[in-house]
Design a protein around this ligand. Structure first.
Ligand code: GAL
Length: 702
């Protein structure tokens, strides 16, 4: 069945939506594995996001020349140019894009074209005002910004189908077009209009089949919120969802993600049918939680994402971008990926977000992408805009096109990556440790954090950062991922589980894996309903503990004693553990539960389970904990890497590439396990590697 969701086909929006959802991923098979370097004719994909439509055509040749000089062989174009491509309904003009491609192609630069649906033209809003999403207060967005469409609007889907089909027909055989980026950063806003409500009701009907099942699974007996007709099911209008049934709210989060996936798949299906030789991707947003990327990426050939490490402000905190890289890689089973928007300058809209970074740091950030598995780096943007909202969002060049220090940093990086391409091709990040990210748990904790300070992503970072500080590669796994190759799986705050995931984690431990669980694990079933088992519910037996008391934290008053004699402050939550078979590694230090276990270790089958009943503000606590776990799992660690220096590895049989990245303004010494060869200079570097401020070293075994 075709998944095209056009106006003519869809008299009943909800039914049509379900048809679309039920079929996604089936009619649009993505490549099983994808080699970006091979796709780009053997070259590392090195590029810039380019907006030729905003510059006089006389500028294009100069731009292409400067790009080529900087080693750029790739551009992304077109994603905001719907109004120029379809100036009137059904009338298309791709001539300007043909001319731009001709100029670029003559300089060895090929393109990914963005389908322009993130920024619909003014005439479309004028004719169909309801294409704009409606917020939770019942107010429709209006024309003037971007990304405010409603995916449940049939007119918008019809317009999408028309422009994507016309573009695909026009460029399907173009030798300079490598592929497609669908839309731009799908995610917000959620739409609360009547069409969306009907679609949500249809989604629920498809999932639960009968109202009896829905009422029972959602526990609608509470407050008498029982439904007797599908049409009664509301949307969670309240922004914080506070007065809504958390089961309904979790399903609404899933529905929103599924809706975006279905919308992307409408475009995927067109492109696969019309332009089957070109690859398909989407520019994703790293840690953004509104979309289940693992699910979305089943439809795409490779992952691309938009990486702005400067948002972190403290440049030495490299793990913010690092975890996002690893999550993006994990969202397509660790296949190498590309950066579609790599930070190319300072960022800001009405005001700049912060200081300008030294130009050399842009090079370090680009290498961080490569070190985590990117086979392509494309900077946002070639040149800062003269117009519109992003006049303060710098590209590589400023508006005057002067060869500034960022241009030279980009050019240096381009030249080096050209030299490293053969070495890099086919290498991957291989990790002994995985962080399990559960979209359901993340959503459920956004709906009901339990305590004000609860942050799921902080929980991930507590452990992730400790492993990365010790130079250990970490993958991000999702519930469907294969865990069997890992020695340690960290599953922080696994709040919502289902039997399949529980079984998978049990099997992982029984066959010898080490599992680190933390507070608020095993609390809810897949419907966001609290278990009636003693916590940690389905994990109580493998963790060897029971929890009959917990203490939600408002202030950081409690402390941990241990491992060893050390004391560490705690925050967020304290589970008071009663070991059955587990051994206590740390206890609480204060108050009425002083001396009671807080962290335990338990042997289960051939494996080991750590249960950490609290969160600490002290990185040292996590450094000690992961050192214990790593030792037992025979994972080599290096806890002498200086703060603000990252060590990351890509490898394939017979090849190991070590990236040493100094994000600090100081020269550093990094003790390594052996002397390596510098892949760029060919010289041998000492075991105590010297690395200057804001520098990168790429090393290989001699
Ligand atoms: C990204 C977006 C770009 C641009 C950039 C800077 O999120 O995809 O189009 O807006 O941010 O604001």
């Amino acid at each position: 069945m075709s998944r095209l969701w056009t106006r003519g086909m869809c008299a009943l929006i909800g039914i049509c939506f379900v048809t679309s959802l039920a079929a996604y991923g089936q009619t649009a098979p993505a490549a099983k594995s994808f080699d970006l370097i091979a796709w780009n004719g053997g070259k590392f994909v090195y590029g810039a996001d380019y907006y030729p439509e905003a510059w006089d055509e006389s500028q294009w040749e100069k731009d292409a020349t400067m790009m080529q000089e900087a080693g750029i062989n790739f551009v992304r174009m077109g994603e905001f140019a719907w109004a120029k491509m379809e100036p009137k309904e059904g009338q298309f003009d791709f001539g300007w894009l043909d001319r731009a491609l001709k100029v670029l192609n003559a300089h060895g630069i090929r393109a990914v074209l963005g389908t322009p649906t993130a920024s619909p033209p003014a005439w479309l809003y004028e004719k169909y005002p309801d294409i704009a999403a409606m917020d939770e207060n019942g107010v429709r967005y209006r024309y003037g910004s971007r990304r405010n469409y409603c995916v449940h609007n049939a007119d918008f889907v019809a317009a999408t189908t028309r422009i994507v089909t016309a573009m695909a027909e026009h460029f399907k055989n173009h030798p300079g077009v490598l592929g497609w980026q669908i839309d731009n950063e799908v995610g917000s806003p959620k739409c609360f209009d009547p069409a969306s409500r009907a679609a949500f009701q249809a989604w629920c009907r498809h999932k639960y089949q009968t109202l009896e099942v829905l009422n029972s699974d959602w526990g609608t007996i509470f407050w008498g919120h029982t439904y007797h007709d599908w049409k009664e099911i509301p949307l969670p209008w309240n922004t914080l969802y506070e007065t809504y049934n958390p089961s309904l709210a979790l399903d609404f989060s899933r529905f929103h993600s599924d809706s975006l996936h279905a919308y992307v798949d409408i475009q995927v299906a067109i492109l696969r049918r019309v332009a089957p030789r070109q690859a398909i991707t989407h520019n994703e947003m790293g840690m953004y939680s509104g979309v289940d990327y693992y699910d979305l990426n089943r439809s795409l050939d490779f992952v691309a994402w938009d990486n702005y490490p400067m948002f972190g402000k403290d440049y030495a905190q490299y793990n913010g971008a690092g975890l996002a890289h690893d999550l993006m890689r994990g969202s397509k089973d660790n296949q190498n990926y590309m950066i579609m928007e790599q930070q190319g300058g300072a960022g800001g809209w009405a005001t700049f977000f912060g200081h300008q970074a030294p130009a050399s740091l842009y090079r370090v950030w680009a290498y961080q992408s490569v070190a985590h598995g990117a086979d392509g780096v494309c900077y946002f943007r070639w040149r800062t805009s003269r117009y519109g909202t992003e006049q303060y969002w710098q590209g590589i060049l400023d508006q005057d096109s002067y060869r500034n220090s960022r241009y030279f940093a980009v050019a240096q990086t381009g030249k080096e990556l050209g030299k490293l391409t053969t070495l890099l091709q086919g290498t991957k990040v291989v990790s002994p440790v995985a962080m399990l990210v559960s979209p359901d748990s993340r959503w459920a904790q956004q709906i009901q954090p339990g305590v004000k300070d609860f942050e799921y992503d902080q929980q991930l970072h507590d452990y992730y950062d400790a492993f990365r500080r010790a130079g250990v590669s970490v993958d991000v796994a999702f519930p469907p991922s294969d865990l069997s190759a890992y020695r340690i799986v960290v599953a922080p705050a696994l709040y919502v589980t289902d039997q399949t995931l529980v079984n998978k984690l049990h099997a992982f431990v029984k066959s010898g894996g080490t599992l680190i669980l933390t507070f608020r694990s095993g609390v809810k079933d897949e419907h966001n309903v609290v278990t009636d088992q003693t916590l940690p519910g389905p994990f109580a037996d493998i963790a060897g503990v029971a929890i009959h008391e917990f203490d939600p934290q408002v202030n950081e008053e409690q402390e941990l004693v241990g491992p060893g004699e050390s004391r560490y402050p705690t925050r967020t939550w304290n589970d008071i553990l009663e070991p059955s078979t587990a051994k206590a590694l740390a206890t609480y230090g204060k108050g009425y539960y002083a001396g009671k276990p807080a962290v335990t270790e338990n042997h289960a089958g051939k494996g080991l389970v750590y249960y950490v009943g609290t969160e600490s503000t002290s990185p040292l606590f996590y450094d000690r904990l992961i050192a214990m776990a790593a030792k037992k799992s025979l994972i080599a660690i290096n806890q002498r890497i200086p703060t603000g220096v990252e060590v990351a590895v890509r490898q394939k049989p017979g090849t190991k590439i070590i990236f040493v990245l100094n994000y600090t303004g100081m020269d550093q010494t990094v003790p390594l396990d052996q002397a390596y060869q510098n892949a760029l200079t060919g010289k041998t570097e000492p075991m105590d590697l010297q690395i200057p401020a804001f520098e990168v070293k790429v090393l290989t075994e001699k």
